[in-house]
Design a protein around this ligand. Structure first.
Ligand code: NAP
Length: 462
């Protein structure tokens, strides 16, 4: 669908993959569209900058597509502005014909077990933010003087975190892993990383390339208990009949590790399938993780759920990272569904509350805040396209109100209120500064990790 004559001014909030893909879909359909892409940070790219692992540069190279989207004549980046604080959703709706919220899932899910708030118990997302130089986590501290850590969860975030904790830091020297984190990892005394999954290998959410990377770490033995690879009838049936190549390949890898056992390498990654954390134990900080052995029972929907048995064990750890999923956070002035952690919507059109059929005119969502935290970067392209299709259908049929103000008034207002807004040209200067800092140490970039540092860099450079 191409609608060249539609005069459309759209605000997109959040400059991660779903925000950029929404911009691209709009630009393709409405060449004259005017887009302002807001971000709470002075820098763009969301989880591509702050979430994707530093040793996955190919995945990060999607930013080249985003850079091309940013060259479109009607495109502006408006960084360092938090919607819900610096400007409200109602302000955006007043100044733009339509607003798309693409704010992702900023926080994480909890285990809800005793001891979870002890020092040494962290969200995996804190570690991810820290090693990726995200300003929210640049001052985070993790006790890497301990000899053992546990990572709870079997998703790809758990794989990233396990790999970063277990790897020889030399493996990250030629990446953009934050310099302060690299320094801390060089001093790490961790010898063992336990990976805890409540269900079995057939139900694991990780994908084979991410699992395989653990076995490629030079200094690390990956330990798998053969007992965990004996499948319950439902899992065996799934393996035999689903044709799920990811699961088949995962099992091949796990079986090869179970057959090899420990070979005396200095560090170990130990998988514990069918095990749920019961409590984190410690006097003043994390000392042990109490685990229940689970039985896998049919859930009546073709899969299995984990049920704790009486078999309980404890592992000595000084750090616990919960990696059991991200979660969206509410934005003041917009509805939010606490149960699912998303902004309630029907295929991208925001509704008044979960289950409602009443749309908020001109208000849309895409990405993780629309559908929850799942899928790879490319998943957001289809997701954003669906939202944009609905936005355009609404615009054509006059179901979105025409803005009473215009975007420039809002930008002027933000500046008048003291906001130090960053532009795309500012980002390009920050980008160049980071690349130049990195080049001195033979690295692709050295990130600026504090907002003040970024703004000072902009103030200093011409
Ligand atoms: P995820 O894939 O949803 O995995 C969450 C894991 O947490 C699952 O193993 C889940 O087990 C487990 N879990 C949930 N609640 C639990 C509880 N109370 N106790 C124990 N375990 C629990 O989430 P994610 O790892 O945060 O990843 C988010 C998305 O980003 C995914 O789509 C992922 O593929 C993607 N991602 C991709 C890459 C990459 O492509 N390299 C890297 C990072 C992230 P159950 O299955 O039993 O619920």
């Amino acid at each position: 669908m191409t609608i060249p004559e539609l005069p459309l001014r759209v605000a997109i909030v959040g400059s991660g993959p779903s925000g950029f893909y929404a911009a691209e879909a709009l630009q393709k359909a409405v060449p004259g569209v005017k887009i302002d892409l807001f971000d709470r940070l002075p820098t763009p790219f969301g989880l591509v900058r702050g979430g994707v692992a530093p040793d996955h540069p190919k995945i990060k190279s999607v930013t080249r597509i985003f850079e091309r989207i940013a060259t479109h004549p009607g495109f502006r980046f408006i960084g360092n502005v938090r919607i819900g604080t610096d400007a409200m959703p109602a302000d955006l709706s007043r100044h733009y014909d339509a607003v798309i919220y693409a704010v992702g899932a900023e926080t994480d899910r909890h285990l809800d077990i005793p001891g979870e708030s002890l020092p040494g118990s962290h969200a995996a997302t804190e570690l991810v933010g820290w090693y990726n130089g995200h300003p929210d986590y640049c001052d985070a501290h993790f006790d890497l003087a301990t000899s053992a850590a546990a990572v709870v969860g079997l998703g790809n975030v758990a794989m990233d975190v396990t790999r970063v904790l277990a790897a020889d830091p030399k493996e990250f020297e030629a990446t953009d892993l934050a310099f302060s984190a690299l320094t801390a990892l060089r001093g790490s005394r961790l010898k063992t990383v336990h990976v805890i999954g409540r269900r079995g290998p057939v139900q694991a959410a990780f994908t084979t390339p991410e699992l395989r990377e653990l076995g490629e770490l030079e200094q690390v033995d990956v330990i798998v208990d053969r007992r965990d690879l004996e499948l319950d009838p439902v899992s065996a049936d799934y393996l035999a009949n689903s044709g799920d190549r990811n699961v088949e390949k995962n099992l091949e890898l796990l079986r090869s590790w179970a057959g090899r056992g420990a070979t005396g390498r200095p560090r170990q990654i130990i998988f514990h399938f069918n095990a749920s954390p019961l409590a984190i134990i410690g006097n003043e900080r994390v000392e042990e993780l109490l685990l229940a052995r689970n039985a896998l029972v049919p859930d009546g929907r073709g899969s299995v759920r984990a049920e704790p048995t009486d078999e309980v064990s404890a592992i000595k750890v000084g750090l616990v990272f919960r990696s059991v999923g991200y979660r969206g956070v509410p934005i003041v002035g917009l509805p939010f569904d606490q149960r699912s952690g998303v902004i309630p919507n029907t295929d991208g059109r925001v509704v008044e509350h979960e289950g409602s059929h009443t749309y908020l005119p001109g208000v849309y969502v895409c990405g993780w805040i629309k559908r929850g935290p799942s899928g790879v970067i490319g998943t957001n392209k289809t997701c954003a396209a669906q939202t944009v299709d609905h936005l355009l259908a609404d615009a054509i049929s006059h179901r979105i109100p025409t803005a009473s103000g215009n975007p420039d008034e809002l930008v002027t207002l933000l500046a008048a209120n003291g906001a130090r807004v960053t532009s795309w040209a500012d980002w390009q200067r920050l980008d160049a500064a980071e690349i130049a800092r990195g080049a001195q140490g033979g690295r692709p970039r050295e990130k600026l990790v504090r907002i003040q540092e970024m703004l000072a860099t902009l103030d200093q450079s011409p």
